[in-house]
Design a binder for this molecule. Structure first.
Ligand SMILES: Cc1cc2nc3c(=O)[nH]c(=O)nc-3n(C[C@H](O)[C@H](O)[C@H](O)COP(=O)(O)O)c2cc1C
Length: 201
């Protein structure tokens, strides 16, 4: 089982990373192979809203015209059995790098990449939002991140708000959630078989 984690923090030794590692640790303990990617360590440009109507080849061809690291991240998502999206909370919202990436992801034929290898079911994802200042805004961030992940076509199976005050307990929780996620995927418990849209070849 392959798990790919996308992080919207630039802090490789930070709290968002620690929370993500806790979740991945639980998965690894059960036998999953895991990989983490920090979005600020790659080149990701903002969506250009290409044509007059605001659409572009993302709409017609399911890919982005911008040449940067976007495609390689999409490939990693495509090859994973489940994906983790973790972000620090900035202004009660996701970080800029996470926003830039998910803004483009939902435009690019999301119903295809968000599916599992069998092209049958929606790919499970878990979101983590860490508010490390006063602690406010984690819940708003969760709502915003969940909305865009759902628009991407993922099966959002859990969203975890974390605030400075709950960090120690959430680190423990996330390890257990990792173990639970492994079993959840193994048994196919999360599956909901949905007829493939006509556009999916
Ligand atoms: C621009 C900016 C805005 C922030 N806004 C919030 C906020 O709304 N609520 C909060 O509790 N913390 C806020 N913080 C603190 C971050 O949530 C905290 O630094 C981050 O979660 C730490 O994660 P890291 O260790 O991965 O960098 C903000 C930080 C920055 C840089």
């Amino acid at each position: 089982m392959k798990i790919f984690a996308v992080l919207g923090s630039r802090n490789q030794q930070g709290k968002t990373a620690a929370l993500t590692k806790a979740l991945l640790h639980g998965l690894k303990e059960k036998g999953a192979a895991t990989e983490m990617l920090f979005l600020t360590s790659v080149t990701l440009k903002a969506c250009r809203q290409c044509e007059e109507d605001g659409w572009g080849i993302c709409h017609s061809e399911g890919r982005c015209v911008i040449e940067d690291d976007f495609d390689s991240i999409v490939k990693n998502i495509d090859g994973a059995d489940a994906v983790i999206f973790s972000t620090p909370v900035y202004y009660a919202d996701m970080s800029e790098s996470m926003k830039t990436f998910t803004d483009r992801l939902r435009r690019c034929n999301a119903p295809i990449i968000s599916r599992t290898k069998e092209n049958r079911n929606f790919k499970p994802v878990i979101g983590i939002c860490h508010a490390g200042g006063g602690g406010g805004g984690a819940e708003t961030c969760v709502v915003n991140l969940k909305k865009v992940l759902s628009q991407c076509g993922f099966e959002v199976i859990d969203m975890v708000p974390v605030r400075r005050q709950t960090l120690p307990i959430k680190l423990k929780n996330l390890e257990s959630i990792g173990e639970w996620l492994f079993d959840h995927i193994e048994t196919g418990e999360w599956e909901r078989v949905i007829p493939r849209p006509k556009s999916v070849k």
